[in-house]
Design a protein around this ligand. Structure first.
Ligand SMILES: *Cc1c(COP(=O)(O)O)cnc(C)c1O
Length: 385
C-alpha cells in the first residue's frame, strides 16, 4: 500500500535523534513552556527570518490567536479563500468574525488578488492568504491592496514551511503568520502543534498572553486569554525535524519533478503550475483530471492511496454554507470547479523515486487504456506498454 502521506516513515528516518530528544524532556521534569519551547520558538523564527515566535497548541489556534492579537472579533469581516483546509475558516468564525471568500487563481490554487478590492467593505478587518499545497500566494498585490486599505495580512502557512516568494520565506510578509505542525505537514510534530510568528513586538506580546490565560505574569490575567500551548515534547521533536527540513523539502521537490516529467505531456491531466520568483515545497502534489473519480478507483486497485484536498469548498460545507454570508461569495466558480477535478498524489520525503515513477506509470496506463487513440504514441515513446 502506497500512502498519500506517511508520518511514521518521517519518524523512522530521524528516529534516534527524536528518541533522544523525547528522553531529554522526560528526564528534565519540565513539560510545559520550558527551554525546549523557548529554543524552538527562537530557532523557527530565525529560520523564517522574523523576530518572534509563539508556540501554540495547533495551527487553527495559531490563526485564532493572530486574529485576537490584532483585535479582530465580533462584527469584523475577514477575507480569505474557500479552497483551503476548513481550519482557516473555523478559526475566523471561532474568533467571532465572518469569513468573506474570494476566488482562486486556478493554475496555482491560491487566492486571486484581483478579487480582493471588490470584497473589501468598511467592516473588513484582515486578509488571510493561504499558501496552499506548499506554494506561495502572489503576495505583492495582496500586500499592496492591504496597505492601501490599512488592513493587516495574516498568512496561513500551514502547508508551506520553507517556501519562498521573491526574496523572503512565506511567514515573513504579513503582520503575523501562522504555521501548523500536524504530523503530515512539511514540518510535523508527533502530535499537535502550531506557532504564530511576527516582527511586531507588541503583537507578539499579546499573542504570548493570549495563549496562556491572558497572563502577563503568573496568575494575573491582564487580558482574557485561553490555554493553547506548544508542549515541551513536541517542541523537542520539532527542533530535531527543523534541522532536516531543508533536506526533506528538497526530497519532496525531487519527487514532484518525477511527477512533472511523467505527466506533463498527457492532455487529460493538468500538473500544477509553478509560480515565477517563488520556490514551492510541495506539501502536496495536486493534479487536475476530468475523470478524477475513476482515476482514484483505478489507483486504489493498484495499491496507490490518493486523497482529495479538498472535496467540498468550505462555503458549501453544512456548517459554513451560504446564508448569513454576503452575496459576493456566490461567484466562486473556479473554487467550485477545482474541487471536482483535483487529486493529491502520494507525497512525502521518504516516498522514494521509484515509487513515484510507479505512480506515474499507473496513471499513464489508466489514461492509455481509456483513450488508446490519443495517448498511444506518447506512451510508446517512453517505452511503457
Ligand atoms: C493543517 C492546516 C491548518 C490547521 O492546522 P491544525 O494544526 O490541524 O489545526 C490551517 N490551515 C491550513 C491551510 C492547513 O493545511
Amino acid at each position: 500500500m502506497i500512502l498519500c502521506a506517511n508520518p511514521h516513515a518521517q519518524y523512522l528516518s530521524h528516529k534516534s535523534e527524536i528518541d533522544d530528544a523525547v528522553a531529554r524532556v522526560l528526564n528534565s521534569g519540565r513539560y510545559i513552556l520550558g527551554q525546549e519551547v523557548r529554543a524552538f520558538e527562537e530557532e523557527f523564527a530565525e529560520y523564517i527570518d522574523v523576530a518572534h515566535g509563539i508556540g501554540v497548541g495547533n495551527g487553527t489556534d495559531a490563526i485564532l490567536l493572530a486574529l485576537a492579537a490584532c483585535g479582530i472579533g465580533q462584527g469584523a469581516e475577514v477575507i480569505t479563500v474557500s479552497h483551503t483546509a476548513v481550519a482557516t475558516v473555523s478559526a475566523i468564525v471561532m474568533a467571532g468574525a465572518a469569513p468573506v471568500f474570494v476566488d482562486i487563481e486556478q493554475d496555482f490554487f491560491t487566492m486571486d488578488p484581483s478579487g480582493l478590492e471588490h470584497a473589501i467593505t468598511p467592516r473588513t478587518k484582515a486578509i488571510i492568504p493561504v499558501h496552499l499545497y506548499g506554494q506561495a500566494v502572489d503576495m505583492e498585490p495582496v500586500l499592496a491592496i492591504a496597505k492601501k486599505h490599512g488592513l493587516p495580512v495574516i498568512e496561513d502557512c500551514a502547508q508551506a514551511h520553507g517556501a519562498t516568494y521573491k526574496n523572503g520565506r512565506v511567514g515573513s510578509f504579513g503582520a503575523m503568520a501562522c504555521f501548523s505542525f500536524y504530523p503530515t505537514k512539511n514540518l510535523g510534530a508527533l502530535g499537535d502543534g502550531g506557532i504564530v510568528v511576527t516582527n511586531d513586538s507588541s503583537l507578539a506580546a499579546r499573542a504570548r498572553m493570549l495563549r496562556e490565560y491572558g497572563w502577563a505574569e503568573r496568575y494575573v490575567s491582564h487580558i482574557k486569554g485561553r490555554n493553547t500551548r506548544l508542549d515541551e515534547i513536541q517542541a523537542a521533536v520539532l527542533r530535531v525535524k527543523l534541522r532536516h527540513l531543508e533536506q526533506d523539502n528538497s526530497k519532496r521537490v525531487r519527487l514532484a519533478g518525477i511527477y512533472d516529467r511523467g505527466l506533463a505531456g498527457i492532455s487529460r491531466i493538468r500538473v500544477p503550475e509553478k509560480r515565477r520568483d517563488a520556490t514551492g515545497v510541495n506539501h502536496l502534489y495536486v493534479i487536475r483530471c476530468g475523470e478524477r473519480d475513476e482515476l482514484i478507483a483505478y489507483l486504489s486497485e493498484k495499491g496507490i492511496h490518493v486523497l482529495v484536498h479538498y472535496p467540498v469548498p468550505v462555503h458549501l460545507q453544512p456548517a459554513y454554507a451560504y446564508g448569513g454570508i454576503r452575496d459576493e461569495n456566490r461567484s466562486l466558480r473556479k473554487t467550485e470547479q477545482t474541487a471536482g477535478e483535483i487529486l493529491s498524489l502520494p507525497m512525502y520525503p521518504e516516498l522514494g523515486e521509484e515509487t513515484a515513477q510507479y505512480v506515474v506509470d499507473e496513471i499513464r496506463r489508466f489514461i492509455s487504456s481509456k483513450h488508446p487513440e490519443t495517448e498511444l504514441c506518447l506512451l510508446k515513446e517512453t517505452g511503457i506498454r
